[in-house]
Structures are given as C-alpha cells and as structure tokens.
Design a protein around this ligand. Structure first.
Ligand SMILES: [Zn+2]
Ligand SMILES: [Zn+2]
Length: 57
C-alpha cells in the first residue's frame, strides 16, 4: 500500500458571502466588506460559503 503525501497538492480556499439584505453575491470575503448594491455591512446573518479550488500552475 502506498500512501501518497498530500504535501504536493495545494488548494486555494477562498470564501465568498451573500448579502442577507438583498441577496447579492457571491462577494469576495476578504476584499468586500459591505454589499456594493445596498451598502449593507457583512454581518452574522449573511451567508458565507467556502470555496475550495485546486491551485493550478
Ligand atoms: Zn445587499
Ligand atoms: Zn447581513
């Protein structure tokens, strides 16, 4: 049995969120702190979605 090391695989995990006020999205979690449509600031009721992408070279 060969166990391959996962150290070679790198995943870029990013987060997006959806404004709970006007449902706009997906919005970049790191870059966008408030909704560009309704100017609602991200709060605990806004939906945050984790996106996992394999990083490609
Ligand atoms: Zn909004
Ligand atoms: Zn909200």
């Amino acid at each position: 049995m060969g166990h391959e090391s996962a150290s070679n695989k790198s995943y870029t995990s990013s987060r997006t969120w959806y404004c709970h006020n006007c449902n706009d999205g997906p919005l970049n979690y790191n870059l966008i702190l408030s909704c560009p449509i309704c100017d609602h600031q991200r709060c605990e009721f806004c939906r945050v979605v984790k996106v996992k992408q394999p990083s490609t070279h």
